[in-house]
Design a protein around this ligand. Sequence first.
Ligand code: FE
Ligand code: FE
Ligand code: ZN
Length: 300
Amino acid sequence: MIIGSHVHFNKEQILGALKEALSYGANAFMLYTGAPQNTFRSDINLEYLEEAKKLMIENNISMDNVICHAPYIINLANKEKIDAWNFSIAFLKKEIKRCESLGIKYIVLHPGSSVKHTREEGIENIIEALNYVIVDDSKCMIILETMAGKGSECGRTLEEIKMIMDGVNSKNIGVCLDTCHLNDAGYNMKEFENFLDEFDKIIGINKIKCIHVNDSKNELGSHKDRHANIGFGTLGFDTILNIVNNEKLKDVPKILETPYINKTNEDKELVYPPYKFEIEMLRKRIFNPNLFDDIRKYYK
Ligand code: FE
Ligand code: FE
Ligand code: ZN
């Protein structure tokens, strides 16, 4: 199983991200090239990159299993503040270059929120922007994440994702599934085979390049987008186990974006990463009802 989690890029850049992933027993990982919330980015350090490449070979981790995520504030759907829209386009062009220099092949992108525009207009804006950003011969592909449909988010149905992909002149575009978002958008993950059939008819299964594996705090169709730890949400452990073990998606990296754990039941500060333990549960195929306590014991 190709599985990992969201990791940090701040210390030693990709080398630090890789070391964090290895500490979770992962063979895949996803990083933001800086903070997820902002667009400040420092230059790529080639020494860290060379060392990371060596360590990846030693640990049998392929560059195909390293994913980049564009920052949240990038919004291609809203053209109202034209400067922000232009900035988003310029940022993504640079992000593609950064990923190319790192050897990263996929950038996950939230399609965007239309805000005061209609969803149809939002989708047109996304298409226009992506046609500036995406080039055919790039080794790095933008992959659109399926969204929960919170507020005016575009990409909450497979048809919306398909509309964007059809409007883009290049075929160098793919999809990232997010199991929490799909549930919240109204797609029943408990009938994953049916969902995959539908996906295949509308978009084509070969377009799936990454899967965000998250449980959800909310009911089917709630349009909320709040991630839960594996087996502690409305999807449940067996549903998620079934998804990550799907034969048709066996070569697709699975990335956890589940919430950190607080130190005690009472305090609210989320400090401990759950990924080592969640990866272990999914590999062993056994649910651990004491997950939170085991994590607290391990990191304290
Ligand atoms: Fe995302
Ligand atoms: Fe996600
Ligand atoms: Zn989410």
